[in-house]
Ligand binder design. Structure first.
Ligand SMILES: C[S@@+](CC[C@H](N)C(=O)[O-])C[C@H]1O[C@@H](n2cnc3c(N)ncnc32)[C@H](O)[C@@H]1O
Length: 273
């Protein structure tokens, strides 16, 4: 099996999310949807009222549940994703929920966003910078998570928040071993990978095929430690505010987390100085 170059990896990530938009949750009413906005606000110690009047840029919005939730809570949202089927799904959801007028969706690659990207094209005629920039579960699927993070920081206003959710290098260890088995058996063939993963490790059945596709079909994900992300924050002039889960002693807590088997997704929030 030959090693893929970054462009090949990126093409397969896009192919996966074109076929299996994520998370594709079965949400039908606004009350259920608001949960997503509450959850994110809680990660940095706020509640849903925080979003009222905020301008938000979401990088890698997937099927748009969070974007609609933020809009329901009073935010103006620009949400981007490079999967056209995810954007289509997100737009349909926003229409159904009644949030479409407060969200502008764009089909774009996070890593190619330019400084003036949203100055003219967005329907809110906002400035080029945002009160909050959010990238949950997307940067670790780009081919260069650090560049994606730098782009997120560039779009935050001074005093604005940057909220990123990534897979943890330590806590994801068990899943990384599963992925090594999947790769050895199925290589980079998405359908074969999903089938192998489901056969060996089961299907979470959380949201149909999207869950298994994201977990097993995904050919590229990167892993990040709390210490490394704190270093990124420092380099980009971002003051650390909070994390979910909370970490008192970075590596020790991350290893404990692995042993507790409570997932491996962590969210870190900082404020642009
Ligand atoms: C695991 S999903 C997360 C979706 C959503 N943020 C959530 O938390 O449920 C990752 C998303 O990131 C998008 N993505 C990955 N790399 C991207 C890139 N370079 N540019 C734009 N979107 C990207 C994928 O298309 C996918 O919708």
């Amino acid at each position: 099996m030959s090693k893929m170059n970054p462009a090949q990896k990126e093409a397969l990530v896009k192919e996966l999310y074109e076929k299996y938009p994520y998370p594709s949750r079965e949400v039908t009413n606004p009350q259920e949807i608001i949960y997503f906005a509450e959850w994110v606000a809680k990660t940095f110690g706020e509640d849903k009222s925080f979003w009222k009047g905020k301008s938000v840029l979401e990088l890698g919005c997937g099927t748009g549940e969070l974007a609609s939730a933020l809009a329901l809570c009073g935010a103006k949202v620009i949400a981007i994703d490079f999967s056209s089927s995810s954007i289509k799904h997100a737009k349909r959801l926003a229409k159904e929920i009644g949030t479409a007028k407060n969200i502008a969706f764009f089909e774009k690659n996070i890593l190619n966003l330019s400084e003036n990207e949203f100055s003219a094209a967005n329907k809110f005629e906002t400035e080029k910078k945002f009160d909050v920039v959010i990238a949950l579960g997307s940067l670790h699927h780009t081919i260069d998570a650090l560049s994606g993070f730098k782009i997120a920081c560039k779009f935050a206003k001074p005093e604005g928040l940057v909220v990123i959710g990534l897979y943890n290098k330590y806590a994801r260890l068990k899943h990384r071993i599963k992925r090594a088995f999947i790769k050895a058996i199925a290589g980079n063939n998405i359908e074969k990978r999903i089938k192998t993963g489901e056969t060996l490790f089961g299907n979470g059945e959380k949201n149909g095929k999207a869950w298994a596709a994201d977990k097993y079909g995904q050919v590229h994900e990167s892993y990040h430690s709390v210490g490394k992300v704190l270093h990124w924050f420092k380099e980009e002039g971002i003051e650390f505010i909070s994390s979910k889960p909370k970490f008192e002693h970075a590596v020790i807590d991350e290893i404990k987390w692995l042993l507790e088997e409570r997932g491996a997704f962590f969210v870190m929030t900082g404020k642009k100085k």
